[in-house]
Design a protein around this ligand. Structure first.
Ligand SMILES: Cc1cc2nc3c(=O)[nH]c(=O)nc-3n(C[C@H](O)[C@H](O)[C@H](O)COP(=O)(O)OP(=O)(O)OC[C@H]3O[C@@H](n4cnc5c(N)ncnc54)[C@H](O)[C@@H]3O)c2cc1C
Ligand code: SF4
Length: 485
């Protein structure tokens, strides 16, 4: 087997891995980024709903098992930039309360080992914001006014679009969320981080490079090397520092697959928590339909309702957040009920306004990633906090009917929604109750960090991306100070 040596190995090039590669690139360290997928080509299919939603052109083709042992195709992507290539670029911060223990309908959302100010170290909130919000198109502006008239407080969605409306920038199209950006104007990890990092002479990117196992020294306290299948060849890559960032499910799976006689339950697993506390959000897509109102909106993802984030209407437990969604295309809607003809869906979605309701699910030791003897991933996940989510959906239906929509449709991928996966290697101060320390270093293995969504001790009820990025930058600073300077 061929052996290679670097100073730092980063496994995965998504939100966490891409960001930390960028954060460390200016050091003198020789960095190798391993990415199991390839780069998404710029091609017409990027924005073709049929290619993306019917033929699943960019989706992983592997199958995982659910808690009943049934196969499913996870909604996730292996490519340079990871899932950020497909994200809707909604970049929310968590709220202050999300870092604290919060009582929910189904139990307590635990406190984080860091607080809001740790990830937002500026002295005061920055105002005015450096960029204006993306303006609402006329239909959405009308809805925002109507929501205000109901006494609600809609706010603009924070979006990571590059130079919207400017030459060479984002054209505010109707194929953003779930599509790769054909003009590369999305703030994805490839465009913002991996490419700039890989342009430096000390950073090397291997694509089609699958990390199979982490190999430790005899004590089990140090990772010595990563076993990699790179374009068909098995390679042993050694480094004094390894950063895992394969996404919450695959990072846990990698540690479990790295079991040896010395640590038979998986690497860094003295707490027994590797793979446990998987969370994914409770998410329901909703659509308000009016037969005589054509919705001319192109870029629809501009507004959010946070009125029920901390309490339901009239008090009570937190319910979550509602965002307007990208436009649904007929072929996307057809995936729910394929026997209905496309023309009917096209006519329907042309008159619909799309929303996404997100609620927090709570950490539960029994919700976990497991790896079968043949290495296959089994996702044992039973969603909780469902009553809160149902209340949020009911409330939004009521609101949409008051806005004049005749019918409100709702659809959820339920326990197979893996887009906001997190929590499988929680961080904390107590090695008995967490896998990672507050800087995302494993308690058990001194030279092993994990900087993807695995570290989340709770899922909050906003999109996770910006928090993954913020923590990856913080860990990069920490590594530079403690290992490189
Ligand atoms: C359709 C969609 C829309 C979304 N919209 C939003 C949004 O608007 N806002 C938001 O904040 N979040 C959004 N998300 C979620 C967001 O994309 C993820 O939370 C985020 O990308 C997770 O970052 P990560 O670093 O944990 O993992 P990923 O970004 O998934 O990166 C993991 C990387 O590791 C690679 N990898 C895995 N295993 C291995 C291995 N063994 N060896 C080598 N490489 C490996 C993968 O190929 C991948 O590139 C969306 C997700 C999807 C799918
Ligand atoms: S052009 Fe803008 S709206 Fe369209 S996919 Fe790219 S970033 Fe998204």
């Amino acid at each position: 087997m061929r052996t290679e040596r670097y100073d730092i190995i980063i496994i995965g090039s998504g939100a966490g891995g891409g960001t930390i590669a960028w954060g460390l690139a200016e050091s003198a360290a020789r960095i190798l980024v391993l990415e199991r997928g390839g780069a998404i080509p710029q091609e017409a299919q990027n924005w073709d709903p049929e290619a993306v939603w019917k033929h699943l052109r960019y989706r992983v083709d592997e199958r995982w098992l659910d808690r009943r042992g049934r196969e499913f195709q996870p909604y996730t992507h292996y490519c340079v930039g990871g899932n950020t290539k497909f994200w809707g670029s909604v970049l929310y911060r968590l709220r202050r309360a999300d870092f604290e223990a919060v009582e929910h309908a189904d139990g307590v959302s635990p406190a984080w080992p860091i607080d809001y100010d740790t990830l937002d170290p500026t002295e005061a909130p920055r105002r005015p914001y450096p960029y204006d919000p993306v303006p609402h198109e006329p239909v959405m502006a009308g809805i925002v006014a109507d929501l205000r008239a109901l006494g609600l407080r809609p706010s603009p969605l924070p979006l990571g679009l590059l130079r919207p409306g400017e030459a060479g920038g984002c054209i505010l199209c109707n194929t953003c969320n779930s599509f790769p950006c054909q003009v590369r104007a999305k703030s994805d990890a490839e465009v913002c981080c991996v490419e700039p990092a890989a342009g430096r002479s000390n950073v090397t990117l291997w694509t089609h490079a699958l990390a199979r196992r982490l190999l430790t020294d005899p004590s089990g306290r140090t990772v010595e090397a990563v076993e990699v299948t790179h374009q068909g060849e098995t390679v042993r890559v050694e480094a004094p520092l390894v950063v895992v960032s394969c996404g919450a499910v695959n990072s846990a799976a990698l540690l479990l697959r790295s079991a040896t006689d010395r640590h038979p339950d998986g690497l860094a697993n003295s707490s027994g928590l590797v793979g446990r506390r998987y969370m994914a959000h409770l998410a329901t897509m909703m659509q308000g339909f009016h037969p005589f109102r054509r919705n001319q909106t192109v870029f629809q993802k501009t507004v959010a309702l946070n009125d029920f984030y901390l309490h339901g209407p009239g008090g009570g437990y937190p319910l979550g957040q509602i965002q307007s969604q990208g436009r649904t295309h007929g072929v996307m809607a057809q995936t729910v009920a394929p026997w209905i003809p496309r023309w009917a869906y096209d006519a329907w979605v042309a008159r619909g306004v799309d929303w996404l309701a997100i609620s927090e699910d709570l950490p539960d030791d029994d919700n976990r990633v497991l790896v079968d003897r043949d290495g296959r991933i089994r996702l044992h996940y039973r969603p909780n906090n469902l009553a809160a989510h149902r209340r949020l959906v009911v409330e939004m239906k009521r609101i949409l009917r008051r806005l004049g929509f005749w019918v409100v449709m709702a659809h959820s991928h339920r326990d197979r929604n893996t887009t906001h996966q997190c929590g499988t290697l929680v961080f904390g101060t107590d090695p008995r109750a967490s896998v990672l320390d507050p800087y995302c270093r494993t308690h058990d293995v001194e030279n092993l960090f994990v900087v993807d969504a695995s570290f989340f001790p709770s899922s909050a009820a906003v999109n996770p991306g910006l928090t993954i990025v913020a923590q990856a930058l913080r860990v990069a600073d920490h590594i530079r100070q403690t290992h490189l300077d």
